[in-house]
Ligand binder design. Sequence first.
Ligand code: F6P
Length: 544
Amino acid sequence: MKNINPTKTFSWKQLTNHFHDVKNIHINDLFNIDKNRFHNYSILFQDDILVDFSKNRITNQTLQLLLMLAKECFLSDAIQSMFTGHKINRTENRPVLHTALRSKFSNTITVDNINIMINVQKELKKIKKFSDSIIQGSWKGYTGKSISDVVNVGIGGSYLGPYMVTESLKFYKNHLKIHFISNIDGTNIVEVLKKINLETTIFLIASKSFSTDETISNANYLKNWCLFRTNCLKYIDFHFFALCENTTAALKFGIISENIFKFWDWVGGRYSLWSSSGLSIALSIGFKNFELLLHGAYIMDQHFLNQDLSQNIPVILALISLWYTNFFKTETEAIFPYDEYMHAFPEYLQQSYMESNGKSIDRSGNLVTWNTSPIIWGQRGTNGQHSFFQLLHQGTTFIPCDFIIPAVSHNPINDHHKKLLSNFLAQTRSLAFGNENNMDNNINLSNPDCSSHVSYKYCSGNKPTNSIMLKNLTPCNLGSLISLYEHKIFVQGVILNIFSFDQWGVELGKLVANDLFSDLLKNKFNNLYDSSTKGLLRVYKKWI
Ligand code: F6P
């Protein structure tokens, strides 16, 4: 991957000039000028996912210049480098190959002269065999009973992906109850323990490093709790499983090697739901559906890899987002799934985007002078409408949004889904076009007339959105959608000249927490702490 300062490219300079020309153009005008705007600014993927990016503040020229920027930053080469296993995660000296996990048609992908596909296939077979045995009830717990509950113990990528997918695909769920323990807050563990029967529960300790404090502290607590409650040393062999890269640490913890599901250092934590780390998904929806999820991601991978940049969905969405963050200087981007099952999708994307591209040092080691990741937030529709959408319509800033909806509902009661869709369409329409044309009175914004309240009702529109419509929320379509966002984030990282696959910033918090924890244990505090930290500790000591 080349290290190119994007702001020094010819296209960036052109984009800067172009921005001054188009920044005040209204989306309304763009639709008036081009009667085929929807047709020209939308892409249908596999007859299953429609991506409509027409309601954006972009012209043909904007897109051409953004595509030129992608070329100047050698995006196509970077894509090839990722898929073929080059060590593009340079700060950790690793390839980035989550795409290999869903690449069942590739027989060979080599890392350090070793064909990784052999182990990928082997681990998939192990997931299949194990998930089948748990679901069919042939795997028995220590008292000979079949399994009814699965507890995934993990945090960050070892939680957010599996949690989001199991929630999104709840419609496909079998009888197994899936629980998640992620937080070091004891409440998380205590509340889950209230719901389960140790005889019929398995624990998946999901941690790539098998050293994350939250996960290992929770796992240790559970191990001791289970041994104490069951008084059976063999309990761990029947009920504890590790999903990890660091098998040595898992063995040391006491998990037998047959119960270790492996993945590899070339799978980033936030990209690991496709690996053994996604075992809770295979257990929840069955291996066949897990395979369909992988397949959905695979077909989006192929689109990303082979499609011309101008028709490439992750590329187009990445470029439009970059246009807003770097030229309009927007700071946030919102994700609104109009599907109750997808409630965890914004939270999942927060880690994917912000842990990947929340960086300020470029690939040459210099401080960036451009904006990197937007702040990602969101909420399921329609709930968000009755909370913060007011600001989207009439606030002082504009926030680019992605609206996502399945055309066909899994739960079509009465006319609910038509109402949901009406709201989805109404919001993107109102955000784009406002109500200027619908207002009866002439509005004088410099002299708001409180008595008629006309000016207070004014919505300017010109707020950009992407509409992503899935035919339905199937494992396959969800796989494609997740892969779409993964690649969108990758494209932005490439062009913004940052390393998307490390997360050194997170480490600082861990180190500082460790220092404070050892002080708390000793009940002796470092006098060098700032006055705020010291003040908080003083009150804490008084209150406990
Ligand atoms: O601290 C951040 C992080 O490293 C994430 O990137 C990762 O997903 C999470 O912690 C959990 O890490 P692990 O799977 O190694 O426990």
